[in-house]
Design a protein around this ligand. Structure first.
Ligand SMILES: Cc1ncc(COP(=O)(O)O)c(C=O)c1O
Length: 423
């Protein structure tokens, strides 16, 4: 681990980030919002970008500008090498055996849809079952619901315990059965930060011969990930939640499955030979990347991965855990504040969803905004989850490597103000 942004302190706080130094890497943190120093606690929606990522993206436009995989001239070849170099970095980041198992899409959402169109539409038929969970983000729920409707398959749902939003796995063997063809589960909830036990779900899916899709959109940005240990068939995530640019997603898949899958988009750059009567597609990963991709974004994503690795994912995770437990403790001291999610914080990433007495989450968010604090409010693209919890929405504060205890104090102070206003 590099010591550039990480200091190893004695005692319980084994990993402690040099947050002051990290903050200096993020130009947006120098801004004010509504005249107050900007506190960004909406990392669950998207992460801020360090200067190195912005530079890498702009550097492509300034110094290369060329399309990839097409030109025989130097700038095109350099751009191609940088683009494909990110693929190798992503593979290393998640422990994928081969960079060809990393497909670039435009988002985690598109990655799920690629599986739905490329594998599931071909393999799932009437009478089959697809199993999802009640805590999914819509990105890993709606495509499966739509696919079930289209194919005549049945959608089953692993329920949550309304008390704390954890998954109720007691009925797992019935929900994932010999008719199940695919199981889709998140590795970290975007509502509560809860990291459900995916291992028994994957094991059960394997036992009945079903494929597994893990939504890592929240998880991969906050934890050390190894797809070999995870042992899922597919993992999806987005660059923008891990300090990378928007417009870049990843689909990791088992090599053989990817080879068997149909392309989702057809066109240039994914073909080997086109005749008027038939087309031969390239091998993976190219057959899934039709058209000009987000070259600048992928190059910027490469820098984001370097940046995160330089700091260390374990150190980032430990820092977020520290902020989460501090925030939970502080919020618990405010009368009328209800926090959601399991009380065992070791099962959670750095996300805190809460409500303040009678205040609607949007009102809470508006008051926080006046105080210079950015949070997410509402249903968090997780309507089944919120419906099962029985709340009209929540306010969500989500932490990342550049957040501080002082920012948690600002949040708590502002929440106290909400409480006073809505007393
Ligand atoms: C858990 C989870 N899954 C999937 C997504 C979708 O990601 P994207 O919008 O980048 O496709 C999100 C986005 O917030 C998310 O939090």
């Amino acid at each position: 681990m590099s010591t550039t942004h990480t200091t190893v302190a004695a005692g319980a706080d084994r990993y402690s980030l040099d947050v002051a130094r990290i903050r200096g890497d993020f130009p947006i943190l120098k801004q004010t919002m509504n005249g107050k120093p900007f506190v960004y606690l909406d990392n669950g929606a998207t992460a801020l970008k360090p200067e190195v990522v912005i530079d890498a993206e702009a550097g492509y436009y300034r110094e290369l500008g060329a399309n990839i995989h097409r030109g025989v001239y130097q700038f095109s070849e350099t751009a191609s090498a940088l683009y494909d170099g990110t693929r190798t970095k992503v593979a290393g980041f998640i422990g994928a055996p081969d960079p060809r198992q990393v497909i670039f899409t435009k988002s985690a959402t598109e990655s799920v849809n690629l599986i739905a169109y490329g594998w599931a539409l071909k393999n799932i038929v009437q009478g089959d079952e697809i199993c999802v969970t009640e805590i999914e983000h819509h990105a890993n729920f709606v495509p499966w619901q739509a696919l079930a409707e289209r194919t005549g398959a049945t959608l089953r749902c692993i329920p949550l315990n309304p008390a704390d939003g954890t998954l109720d796995l007691t009925g797992l063997d019935g929900l994932v059965n010999e008719r199940t063809r695919l199981v889709a589960i998140t590795a970290m909830s975007n509502v509560t930060g809860y990291m459900p036990p995916v291992a028994p779900v994957i094991a059960r899916a394997k036992a009945v011969g079903a494929l597994t899709v893990v939504d890592g959109a929240q998880w991969v940005s906050h934890s050390s990930v190894d797809v070999k240990t995870l042992d899922a068939d597919f993992l999806v995530f987005s660059a923008h939640k891990m300090c990378g640019p928007t417009g870049v997603g990843v689909l990791y898949g088992r090599e053989q499955l990817l080879e068997e899958m149909d392309p989702f988009l057809y066109g240039g750059d994914m073909v080997l030979r086109v005749r008027t009567d038939r087309t031969v597609f390239k091998e993976i990963p190219d057959k899934f990347e039709a058209g000009t991709p987000n070259i600048a974004g992928v190059i910027g994503f490469g820098s984001a991965i370097d940046y995160l690795l330089d700091i260390g994912m374990d150190a980032i995770h430990a820092h977020e855990q520290h902020l989460l437990s501090y925030a939970v403790e502080q919020m618990a001291a405010i009368d009328g504040v209800v926090c959601y999610g399991p009380t065992d914080l070791s099962t959670r990433g750095g996300i805190l969803s809460f409500n303040v007495a009678d205040a609607h989450p949007h009102d809470t968010g508006t008051i926080l905004d006046q105080d210079g604090i950015a949070v997410r409010t509402g249903l968090h693209c997780a309507h089944p989850f919120m419906h099962a919890l029985g709340v009209p929405g929540t306010t969500r504060a989500s932490f990342y490597l550049y957040n501080t205890r002082e920012e948690v104090d600002r949040l708590v102070q502002s929440v106290r103000r909400v409480r006073e206003i809505f007393a």
